[in-house]
Design a protein around this ligand. Structure first.
Ligand code: F6R
Length: 608
């Protein structure tokens, strides 16, 4: 979603801000803007469209300032346009603000401010913040910001600059990430470490309602009551190279190809040389884990599909019931959580608003929460009892791929770990599953090696107007995830369904114009899938199958087969999904779409 970068130091601010905005592009946006402050003059330049368009506008301006703000906007209130792009200024033109989040009471605030004489230029909720700060400003900009945020309801990460204070940027957050980049003789403020990683990997994560002031030589963090807060500095361990395409056409393709390597990394991090599962920094005692007899998983989108796979696996490994909830539903449905329930929150970013809200709901009831997360230091990881990191490295493509299989890897290990604790599987049985899991990276490589064949099928099917994805048992979440990938990046309507539900409705869709992707790898429900395939063929539907290499029966059904290597039944979710990611990727690329930045989507959904 929206992105913020602020710089104050001795260098020219504009190139740093623009490179920061480029590094935030992956989050998704529709307009962009910058504000710089130089010799008492505030210049604000913004436009609808891409950062490149903004750069063109800036070419003719000779802006030498050493302090400035930049923003990428993903429209919520008011259409994407130059006037709605950030930064926004107060009526006096002295104060300028960039904002991520949603101000829920902006309408009533706007009415009051308008009555008081403020003239609004945009339709955004953000502009009320600029006017509020302007209203409260009496020489102390930090105090004006404190008074302003006390009036706000909703989520915000704010960065503010004022003409009268050319040495500083101030910021504050509530339910939306904001992080300080610590430099030498310069400092940064951003919504995401990616924005300043080229300059520093030293960071300070802010908590809600902490106000930060950055100057070239200092960082001061205070409470809403103006009391100083001491904070510890962290280090970002990934490098700038990891957030570059490195010769790949798209981040999505790079990230798909990274999956075997990441799966190996997860194994080597969490499985000792003696074959024991050990989660580093895991802080829920075994004695506590032993007592749980139910698990509730909450997540959104792709992470939710990982949770669905988790349900099949953990129930199978441990005999414990596992419920999987969409976080956006869980938070509003007065959930019943008993003492003996462990909540597992799955999130790549650790910043998804609904997942955070679901976790907070559970924590109010004193439920223990475990996060499965990618981003170190993210809000989720700071609010839960313990985190197992998936170590997928930065995921830049908006459509999640490598995070999904890394989440699955952790879920397999966590399920086995629980089975060991609860003694539902013997050591020998666990060792056997682990030994097979260790073979998965090489099998995933084989799927990636069949890219050319998958591309051929994609080329043949890219003109179909709608797709249905079917699977049973563990292949059902894979079907859902395959359909999600296709619709996200190719904009082709695609629906995922449990194949057993076909006769209860979706079969009505089948005719010669419908393409049906069937995930039919070898399993105890394989014959049932074949029956579904026959029913589709009988209605002239076009079939593409993901099947196990060597399966002869499937060849009688269709010519369009994407083969994945043979593995034990429980491991197919780690392979088949890669075939479907590639299929979606090639369709979108062949159609000429911006694969990494699909329209209307944002990388981390920090607002509801
Ligand atoms: C799909 C996708 C989204 C995310 C969802 C949750 O490709 O990326 O569906 O999975 O927005 O995001 P996280 O995992 O960051 O909580």
């Amino acid at each position: 979603m929206c992105g913020i970068i602020g710089y104050v130091g001795k260098r020219k601010a504009l190139p740093i801000i623009l490179s920061g905005l480029h590094d935030l592009e992956y989050r998704g946006y529709d307009s962009a803007g910058v504000a710089v402050l130089e010799r008492g003059h505030l210049s604000v330049v913004k436009c609808k469209g891409r950062i490149n368009d903004l750069e063109k506008l800036l070419e003719s301006r000779n802006l030498q300032a050493c302090i400035g703000l930049g923003h990428t906007r993903w429209a919520t209130h008011g259409k994407p346009s130059k006037v709605n792009a950030h930064p926004h200024t107060d009526c006096s033109g002295r104060i300028t603000v960039v904002h991520n989040g949603i101000i829920e009471n902006f309408d009533s605030l706007k009415k009051t401010l308008t009555k008081e004489g403020c003239i609004f230029k945009s339709q955004t909720d953000t502009e009320v913040i600029a006017h509020l700060i302007g209203k409260f400003y009496q020489g102390d900009i930090e105090e004006a910001l404190r008074r302003a945020v006390k009036m706000l309801k909703g989520s915000y990460a704010l960065a503010v600059m004022a003409k009268d204070h050319p040495d500083r940027i101030i910021g504050i957050r509530n339910d939306s990430p904001l992080v300080v980049g610590v430099g030498k003789g310069e400092n940064f403020l951003a919504s995401d470490t990616a924005a300043f990683l080229s300059y520093t990997n030293r960071v300070i994560f802010l908590e809600d309602k902490e106000l930060v002031t950055i100057t070239p030589s200092g960082i001061e963090i205070t409470s809403l009551g103006a009391k100083r807060i001491a904070k510890k500095e962290d280090k970002i361990l990934h490098t700038k190279e990891q957030v570059q395409k490195g010769g790949f056409k798209h981040f999505m393709f790079k990230e798909i190809c990274q999956q075997p390597q990441i799966a190996s990394k997860v194994i080597s991090r969490y499985v000792t040389s003696k074959g024991q599962i050990k989660f580093k920094d895991f802080s829920i005692d075994q004695s506590v884990l032993e007592k749980f007899n139910k698990i509730t998983i909450v997540a959104c989108g792709t992470a939710y599909h990982a949770g669905l796979v988790g349900k099949y696996l953990i129930e199978d490994f441990t005999g414990m019931p596992v419920e999987v909830d969409l976080a956006s539903e869980f938070r509003y449905r007065k959930p019943i959580i008993k003492d003996n329930t462990l909540m597992v929150a799955i999130s790549q970013s650790g910043e998804t608003a609904d997942t955070l809200a679901a976790v907070r709901e559970a924590r109010k009831k004193k439920t223990k929460v475990l996060a499965i997360c990618n981003v170190v230091g993210s809000t989720l990881t700071r609010e839960v009892d313990s985190t197992i990191y998936i170590h997928a490295g930065p995921e830049i493509s908006v459509a999640s791929t490598k995070a999904y299989t890394a989440q699955l890897m952790v879920i397999y290990l966590f399920g086995l770990y629980l089975a060991g604790i609860k003694k539902t599987r013997s050591k020998k049985q666990i060792d056997k599953v682990l030994a097979s899991l260790c073979q998965i990276p090489s099998k995933q490589k084989k799927v990636i090696e069949s890219s050319k064949d998958i591309k051929k099928i994609a080329r043949k099917y890219l003109h179909f107007g709608a797709f249905l994805y079917l699977g049973r048992h563990l292949n059902f979440p894979t079907a859902l995830e395959g359909a999600l990938k296709l619709k996200e990046i190719s904009y082709i309507p695609a629906e995922g369904y449990a194949a057993g539900e076909m006769k209860h409705g979706p079969i009505a869709l089948i005719d010669e114009y419908r393409a049906v992707v069937c995930v039919a790898t070898d399993s105890f429900v394989f014959d049932k899938m074949v029956s579904n395939i026959q029913e589709i063929l009988a209605r002239k539907g076009k079939i593409i199958v993901v099947a196990t290499l060597g399966n002869k029966k499937i060849r009688d059904c269709t010519k369009e087969i994407i083969y994945v290597p043979s593995v034990e039944e429980i491991f197919y979710p780690l392979l088949s999904v890669i075939a479907l990611q590639l299929f979606a990727y090639f369709i979108a690329d062949l159609k000429g779409y911006d694969v990494d930045k699909p329209r209307n989507l944002a990388k981390s959904v920090t607002v509801e």
